[in-house]
Design a protein around this ligand. Structure first.
Ligand code: HEM
Length: 409
């Protein structure tokens, strides 16, 4: 029986987003792909938005110049219950050309593979140091705290030029910031405090660069120079630093922790990877596709009427191109619901698609490759210390992940 034989799922008439499985998207996505690939739904604030579910249609929408990422436009889909940032706080994630292009040019040259490859030895040393520490302290340990959080946050600290002496502060505060997704009142209060601390700290880094004749050739230096030249505003320097911090930390951390858990839950594929570390890069692509952890962040609005999937999305209405659904489209990936480290597909949308496609993806890939290759090699006995059912999933967050991963080594 295919899902076209099934009646329309009742969840389609409830407020979007819908509950997903631990590893899998909401079941209704597969019904939509087959029966109503572009469907109008209602969000929690009552505004409508169009879900796009098929691989080819998601690609079409994300490369269509008639869509905008500008969240200030009335009708832009708001998925999270938290208030959207003010215009002052807007980053290039939510800008369109030509301003988006100005920022991409400033930033993307720092994320070219050749430049990032030079960071490999430092990242390797960092991961080795974390593993040495785990082995020394014994068990059980939380893989999230030991590896998944500190590796990406240290790498971002390097990128932003945070001096080593301040790394403990920076890691502590960014961890507290991310813990907001746990949703408890204490976690939210502490995250608000951490937000203020990081903001003041990064502002201080910028002020120190501004005092120099030559602000430097790294990301912060280039941004400070651009604000000095009047190409961007000072506030943009701070906003961009924030964007890198937020976009590069939680995402990579959750990919490390949830990716590890997924492998532990697929012991045959894990054993094969231990025996064949050359398969690690393609296994990471498959984990990126299969998990699509950044699954409700890619949002757009139509600036003109757009015909797609047999319907017309009217100008001014929101669009949710569902990259998680596209990545599980059987028409593009046979048996898409299965994890298969041999699939070898790099054309997934885990990093988005089109002009906003993740600028940090080469860095994320390097971090993931080093972490997985090193953990598999150096921790051959790594096992879950609790039942998989007891792992706390961040089931309502727009970035999927797990809050802790108790393991023995
Ligand atoms: C596994 C880790 C990561 C995943 C899954 C991920 C995913 C994504 C996705 C889906 C988008 C597209 C958003 C859209 O189209 O609206 C995006 C954009 C972006 N990501 Fe990543 N990301 C990751 C790691 C990183 C890292 C390490 C950095 C930088 C340190 C980074 C920086 C950015 C930035 C700046 C954008 C905005 C690009 C633009 O609007 O032009 N990301 N990311």
């Amino acid at each position: 029986m295919t899902s076209s034989d099934l009646a329309e799922p009742s969840v389609l008439n409830t407020i979007f987003p819908w509950e997903r499985g631990t590893y899998d998207p909401p079941e209704a996505y597969s019904w939509l792909r087959e029966n109503e690939p572009v469907r109008r739904v209602v969000l929690h604030d009552g505004t409508p938005a169009w879900l796009v579910t098929r691989y080819d249609d998601v690609r079409r929408i994300l490369s269509d110049p008639r869509v905008s990422s500008n969240q200030m436009l009335p009708g832009f889909p708001q998925i999270e219950l938290v208030p959207r940032p003010s215009e002052e706080e807007s980053t290039f994630l939510n800008m369109d050309a030509p301003m988006h292009t100005v920022f991409r040019r400033l930033i993307s040259k720092h994320f070219v593979v050749k430049k990032l490859d030079a960071m490999r030895p430092r990242i390797q040393a960092l991961v080795d140091e974390r593993i040495d520490d785990m082995l020394k302290r014994g068990e059980p340990l939380d893989f999230v705290e030991e590896i998944a959080l500190p590796v990406p946050s240290t790498v971002i600290a390097w990128l932003l030029g945070v001096p080593p002496a301040d790394h403990p502060f920076f890691n502590r505060e960014t961890d507290a910031l991310l813990a907001a997704s746990l949703g408890t009142p204490e976690a939210i209060d502490r995250a608000t405090e951490a937000y203020g601390n990081i903001n003041a700290y990064v502002d201080g880094l910028i002020t120190a660069r501004e005092a120099l004749d030559e602000p430097g050739e790294d990301i912060l230096g280039n941004l400070v120079q651009a604000s000095r030249d009047g190409v961007i505003k000072r506030q943009d320097v701070l906003n961009t630093a924030w964007l890198l911090l937020v976009a590069g930390h939680d995402t990579t951390a959750n990919m490390i922790s949830l990716g590890m858990l997924t492998l532990l839950e697929h012991p045959e594929q894990l054993a094969e990877l231990r025996a064949r570390p050359d398969l690690v890069p393609q296994a990471i692509e498959e984990l990126l596709r299969y998990l699509t952890i950044v699954h409700l962040i890619v949002l757009r609005i139509a600036t003109e009427d757009i015909e797609i999937g047999g319907v017309t999305i009217p100008a001014g209405e929101g669009i949710v191109p569902l990259n998680f659904s596209a990545n599980r489209d059987d028409a593009h990936y046979p048996d898409a619901a299965a994890l298969d480290i041999h699939r070898g597909a790099r054309d997934h949308f885990a990093f988005g698609y089109g002009m906003h496609q993740c600028v940090g993806q080469p860095l994320a890939r390097i971090e993931l490759q080093i972490v997985f290759e090193t953990v598999l090699r150096r921790l051959p006995d790594l096992k879950l210390a609790v039942s998989p059912a007891d792992i706390p999933f961040k089931s309502h967050a727009s970035i999927n992940g797990i809050a802790s991963l108790p393991v023995t080594v």
